[in-house]
Design a protein around this ligand. Structure first.
Ligand SMILES: NC(=O)c1ccc[n+]([C@@H]2O[C@H](COP(=O)([O-])OP(=O)(O)OC[C@H]3O[C@@H](n4cnc5c(N)ncnc54)[C@H](O)[C@@H]3O)[C@@H](O)[C@H]2O)c1
Length: 402
């Protein structure tokens, strides 16, 4: 696809996350991006998306099912942001469709390892399509900064990765799909695939075995849907052992609104330690040699905020000239959008768009194997809670080998 060619997007599932994608793509309009169609069976979601698109001056074709959207031939790229349990069939239909579509699929890739495997195999037969998985925490500015520090070798060889997510309970979703393991894959798949993906990235290794303890102790206990009480756990500790000897630990609590940060990440290597805090957007790192006094603290800022700060730091006549030169609205930093996920969805789209534009020269930053392994780690952790023992990744991956 040529650099200046307009890229036409369709969005399958326009609930909370689908509309978030719509808004993010609108912020990329100066990059030659347009959303031309959506598919969602739920009228209120359709209407909310249509209202947004009208305010952007984007005429949208609306379908109630993904197959009609694909058959319309209207778009080059599809974003799959429907509930987790629908990802498998939708992905298979996209991958088997005669017209090639590049795909950004929300996490988790699918709810089971067997379904992930079938998608991976089907995608192998479609080298004409790019598929990226929406593990977007990699793009959150403080997390991205910590990744840069770790990959730059500042901390030495990574030995321990601890991720704490302390947050509010699961939100209410359309038809309450997120209240049941059978729809989500389980909390450790649905939510924590993000963190398992980050652990792999920081450790630079693959998981060997996992041990977890967790339960639904506080949330959703007084909710009933069609006579059924939700079964999604709301807290857990998970220990992961990696094949290079590194260790990971996840501390998840979903009744922790009284927390300053939602995510606190600590990475310790043999020579130093790094930390990232979201949403405070702070990164700290230091070395064993320099000790506490040598710890550096950085604010992982949005590019736009940085530019505005610089603007006000120079004298007025100079700053006006500087502004005229620097604030080119065609540049991505001009309209970078923070959105619901601290700017990560915007950066994810920017990254995927550049992979689409140079197709063949660049693979998606988060590929199907990353999607599969993050689900496998969640499945192993859920199984560990059920069985009360270590679960080997081979045990869950091996069972579903195709
Ligand atoms: N990246 C993130 O951090 C993040 C955050 C939230 C949600 N998500 C993911 O995004 C996806 C959607 O979650 P949400 O919060 O928007 O849920 P939601 O309930 O708000 O919206 C889901 C929408 O999909 C529609 N839908 C249902 N079945 C469909 C089908 N077969 N085809 C097309 N549309 C269908 C529903 O009618 C609804 O409008 C999930 O996979 C979720 O895990 C990711």
């Amino acid at each position: 696809m040529a650099v200046n060619e307009t890229v036409k997007y369709g969005i399958i599932g326009v609930g909370m996350m689908g509309r978030e994608h719509l808004i993010n793509l609108h912020h990329l309009r100066t990059q030659g991006v347009v959303v031309v169609c959506i598919a969602d069976p739920y009228l209120p979601s359709q209407q909310l998306a249509l209202g947004l698109a009208q305010s952007f001056d984007w005429p949208l074709k609306v379908f109630s099912g993904h197959q009609e959207l694909l058959d319309s031939g209207l778009c080059d790229v599809v974003v799959v942001s429907s509930p987790n349990m629908t990802h498998y069939q939708i992905l298979m239909d996209i991958l088997n469709h005669p017209k090639p579509h590049h795909v950004l699929v929300e996490k988790p890739l699918c709810t089971t390892i067997a379904d992930c495997r079938k998608v991976v195999n089907a995608a192998r037969k479609r080298p004409d399509m790019l598929v990226q998985v929406g593990l977007e925490y990699r793009y959150m500015p403080p997390v991205a900064k910590l990744i840069e520090i770790v990959k730059g070798g500042t901390l030495g060889r990574v030995k321990m990765v601890a991720i704490r997510e302390h947050r509010f309970p699961f939100l209410v979703k359309v038809n309450n799909w997120n209240r049941f393991n059978s729809n989500t894959g389980g909390t450790l798949v649905e939510k924590c695939c993000h963190f398992f993906d980050l652990m792999r990235l920081f450790a630079g290794a693959n998981p060997v075995r996992m041990m977890a303890s967790g339960a639904m102790d506080v949330n959703h206990k007084d909710e009933i849907y069609d006579g059924k009480v939700p079964d999604v756990i709301d807290n857990a500790y998970v220990v992961v052992e990696f094949d290079n000897g590194a260790r990971g630990m996840l501390d998840l609590c979903m009744f922790a609104e009284g927390s300053k940060n939602e995510q606190e990440i600590s990475v310790v290597g043999h020579t130093g330690k790094g930390e990232a805090f979201v949403p405070e957007s702070i990164v700290r790192f230091g070395s064993r040699m320099e000790g506490r006094d040598g710890v550096q603290t950085l604010k992982a800022e949005n590019q736009l905020i940085k530019l505005v700060t610089l603007f006000f730091s120079v004298p007025a006549p100079t700053s006006c000239l500087w502004l005229a030169f620097r604030f080119d609205p065609k540049l991505p930093y001009f309209s970078r959008y923070e959105g619901l996920h601290h700017g990560s969805s915007y950066l994810e789209h920017l990254n995927f768009l550049s992979a689409i534009r140079v197709k063949g020269a660049k693979t998606p930053a988060v590929d199907l194997n990353d999607g599969l392994i993050s689900v496998a780690m969640g499945v192993a952790a859920q199984l560990s809670i059920e069985k009360g023992r270590f679960v080997y990744i081979e045990e869950v991956l091996g069972e579903h080998n195709c």
